[in-house]
Write a protein that binds this ligand. Structure first.
Ligand code: SAH
Ligand code: SF4
Length: 353
């Protein structure tokens, strides 16, 4: 079959007609600046139409960098013996959340490696206490048992982030020595059934990742109707098996922005962060993300010295910043773009159609 011209595909997208995986591949491959510019403009228009100008700030707390797994791309992998490991105590985490809530942040994201040191029941008690601070709680703790997800939901957790990383089965297997593709999706189903708002996402620019694989990710994001989708560039970490991988940062940034823009257009009102990884990849990366469909930022509230030890990937921006400085910086970024800092919890309204 003959490929449709990219401008025709963009017209379809503008009119909110659905497009095929093949159409998405054409757009991802296209480097005509006029097409790319138009794609980004459509994404920005749909962002404004479906989620408005408000940018939600989610306060990130990276409370432990211990991990039982060995994902090939990640600096926290168990086999990385060079990493200095830390665990924050329950009291330390709670005291930090109190300070974050006092700053007016409406969502706290608790993230860690897959660290089963924190007993599920005690963790549930922590969630219960944090909820009393009047914030939404997002968990990002990896794959856990259904009863643990249920316990935390009962304790008041609102959302759960568990990225598929790639929907290409073969690539998934190559990246995850400990994980099963279907089991991860099963976790998503369990989380959804428990009433969590669920988040997925991918990494862009992984070794052996094709445009077909990225187009599949986007179609799956649409099909699963996720509430949040984290799209970030893969940044090689020298102390991992994928540390040698090279790709031009600007090319990777552009590809990530295209995936982000297409995801906004096709999922309409999903919450999409302009990721810290994008800001690390190129200067101004997050600002560019916000102009291509993103409506969420994640200020980092992990205290020193832990913050520099949470090295999922190297060179992470803002790790040297004093605690709390991310907030005014992001407020400035948002205002400069003519947008506003959203004041609500930023829950997503599910598409009824
Ligand atoms: N253990 C949890 C949460 C921590 S990892 C989990 O795996 O879900 C959080 C995210 O970091 C992952 O979903 C992955 O997308 C991202 N990540 C890991 N290594 C990365 C790298 N080298 N470059 C960019 N993002 C990376
Ligand atoms: Fe652990 Fe998550 Fe990193 Fe995998 S991506 S090694 S589960 S922290």
């Amino acid at each position: 079959m003959k490929e449709k011209p990219c401008m025709d595909i963009l017209e379809m997208l503008e009119k909110e007609e659905d497009c095929s995986q093949g159409d998405i591949v054409s757009l991802l491959r296209c480097d005509d600046p006029e097409v790319v510019e138009k794609l980004f403009t459509i994404a920005d228009t749909k962002r404004k139409k479906y989620v408005g100008d408000g940018v939600h700030l989610r306060g990130l707390v990276e409370f432990s960098n211990f991990c039982r797994k060995n994902c090939f791309y990640c600096g926290l992998r168990k086999e990385n013996k060079k990493l200095k490991r830390y665990r924050m105590s329950f009291e330390e985490i709670y005291a930090l959340c109190e300070r974050i809530a006092r700053l007016g942040i409406r969502t706290i994201v608790l993230q860690s490696g897959e660290d089963t040191w924190y007993e599920a029941k005690t963790f549930a008690e922590l969630i219960h206490r944090i909820k009393k601070l009047g914030v939404a709680v997002t968990l990002s703790l990896g794959e856990r048992e259904p009863w643990e997800y249920a316990l935390w939901r009962d304790a008041g957790a609102d959302r759960y982030l568990l990225k598929q990383e790639t929907f290409d089965r073969e690539l998934f297997v190559h990246l995850h020595p400990d994980d099963d593709y279907d089991k991860r999706l099963e976790c998503q189903k369990v989380l959804k059934d428990l009433g969590y708002q669920v988040g997925s996402g991918n990494m862009v620019g992984l070794p052996y990742q094709t445009c077909e694989a990225l187009a599949l990710d986007i179609k799956k994001f649409q099909e699963w109707d996720f509430d949040m989708i984290g799209i970030g560039p893969f940044i090689p970490h020298p102390d991992t098996p994928l540390g040698e991988h090279v790709m031009d940062p600007e090319a990777k940034c552009l590809l990530t922005l295209k995936v982000l823009a297409l995801t906004r257009i096709l999922t309409k009102n999903t919450n999409l962060p302009a990721t810290t990884a994008l800001g690390t990849l190129v200067p101004g990366g997050r600002e560019r993300g916000l102009r291509c469909g993103a409506n969420v930022l994640m200020p980092n509230f992990t205290p020193s010295p832990y913050r520099m030890q949470y090295t999922i990937y190297p060179g992470k921006i803002c790790v040297q910043e004093a605690w709390g400085n991310c907030l005014p910086c992001m407020e400035k970024m948002v205002t400069k773009l003519g947008r506003t800092v959203a004041t609500g919890f930023g829950d997503r309204v599910r598409n009824s159609s």
